[in-house]
Design a protein around this ligand. Structure first.
Ligand code: URA
Length: 433
């Protein structure tokens, strides 16, 4: 088999065979296929696309390129979730305990963040002593004991994706739906769950800006999951403004805890309950979504969901006093008020700019080597549809410096004020099964 023939076939719009796709993935991973040929194929895929079958085969080959995590030591069905990422997305800290409170084990492997705010692991490390690096044996033991563990990825999962993603990044081939779908799903599938709920964000603060693209990506990922024998569904949720009111690290943990304690931050509570309810239905715990949703609301009311988070923090060596008393979480030294330049309604909040403003404060990384300051971030007081008076404070910058002009400017640029109250957007756009 010759790589040039595979490139030519795809360039001419042909469907690649399983053998051809495997030849490419194996050869590129072990270095026998050079970057220039891999780049040419990626560009041909970018323009000609891939069938559902080709995409599933590509994903399977990327899974097979490395280790896979064997979760068979965990009793019961294993359900995972994945978010395509957004600003203020602290859903994992709410969904994990909720699902565990329904008796369904959650073995969640997460990553760190690059740019904007931190990733799931960075946010968890706002809790003193909380250990996120653990062996797979300890990870499984903890899930069997407490029903919930959130840890860093162990093992060399989907190395082909790692290499291909780096190449796509520098060859303008990232935003191809089959390549994105295959990339995300290869890592999920290698992590060992039987069932997966995908939280595909859509809107200005999301990777996919339009509903049409988000739906196409969600459909492609659901197809891959099903093709490879996993129950998979996707929830398309709104990311036209940040999720909840807190953006940062410690303050996002605080908001997640408050939801688990029963606070009604509507968007965050609804999205978390929706994803968790789909997860426990997929796990076979409930027959219908409505039943599952109601049961989980009950577990917030009776405190069992919050208790699951406490037990996880204790099991991972974290200081549980900080979740019992949220004022003990890292606090920034200054609160800088950001005031509305004119009266009216908030008509839009560009989530990405809010994320960048938080990064300027030190809540995220501009480069891989940067350290994160867990105490800083942004608290929004007004969201889309809220009315403001001229000069009214609409957000706080939680800062460790006296002034934070860059962050303030960026946050101001993220907000649009208008005279008319905007129409409400749905929080959940669609479920793809
Ligand atoms: N995230 C991934 O993991 N892969 C992509 O291709 C895009 C986003």
């Amino acid at each position: 088999m010759r790589m040039v023939d595979i490139i030519q076939a795809k360039r001419n719009g042909k469907t690649l065979t399983k053998e051809e796709i495997n030849f490419f993935v194996e050869g590129y991973t072990n270095g026998t296929i050079p970057d220039y040929q891999a780049s040419a194929l990626l560009m041909a895929v970018y323009f000609k696309g891939m069938s559902a079958e080709e995409t599933a085969t590509l994903t399977e080959a990327m899974v097979a390129s490395g280790e896979t995590i064997d979760l068979s030591g965990i009793e019961g069905p294993k359900v995972d979730k994945h978010s395509t990422g957004g600003v203020g997305d602290k859903v994992t800290f709410i969904v994990g305990p909720l699902v565990a409170s329904a008796g369904v084990p959650v073995a969640k492997m997460s990553g760190r963040g690059l740019g904007h705010t931190g990733g799931t692991l960075d946010k968890l490390e706002a809790i003193d002593g909380l250990e996120i690096e653990m062996s797979i044996d300890k990870f499984i033991e903890q899930v069997n004991k407490t029903k919930l563990a959130v840890a860093g990825q162990t093992g060399n999962l989907a190395p082909a994706d790692k290499k291909l993603y780096a190449l796509r990044d520098v060859t303008a081939t990232v935003d191809s739906i089959p390549l994105i779908a295959g990339s995300i799903m290869s890592k999920k599938l290698a992590s060992g769950a039987n069932s997966i709920v995908l939280d595909v964000k859509t809107g200005s603060g999301a990777f996919m800006k339009s509903l049409e693209d988000s739906e196409a990506l969600a459909t492609e990922m659901v197809n891959i999951g099903k093709h490879l024998g996993r129950n998979t569904i996707a929830v398309i949720s709104d990311m036209n403004q940040p999720l909840g009111y807190e953006i940062g690290n410690a303050n996002e943990i605080k908001e997640a805890v408050e939801i688990l304690q029963g606070k009604d931050v509507t968007d965050l509570r609804v999205i978390s309950l929706t994803i968790a309810a789909h997860m426990i239905v997929l796990a076979g715990k409930y027959d219908t979504f409505d039943e599952a949703y109601k049961a989980l609301e009950g577990n917030i009311e009776n405190g069992s969901a919050f208790e699951m988070l406490r037990q996880m923090v204790i099991a991972q060596g974290g200081d549980v006093n900080q979740v019992d008393d949220l004022t003990k979480l890292p606090q920034a030294s200054n609160t800088i008020e950001v005031k509305a330049p004119s009266a009216g309604f908030v008509t839009a909040i560009d989530a990405e700019s809010v994320g960048i403003a938080a990064m300027y404060l030190g809540a995220g990384r501009a480069t891989k080597e940067d350290d994160i300051d867990h105490s800083v971030g942004i608290t929004l007081l007004k969201k889309v549809g809220d009315e403001v008076a001229e000069g009214e404070t609409f957000a706080y910058l939680l800062s460790n410096t006296e002034t934070a002009e860059d962050a303030e400017k960026k946050l101001l640029s993220a907000y649009t004020f208008g005279t008319e109250k905007p129409e409400e957007r749905p929080l959940i756009h669609k479920i793809i099964k």
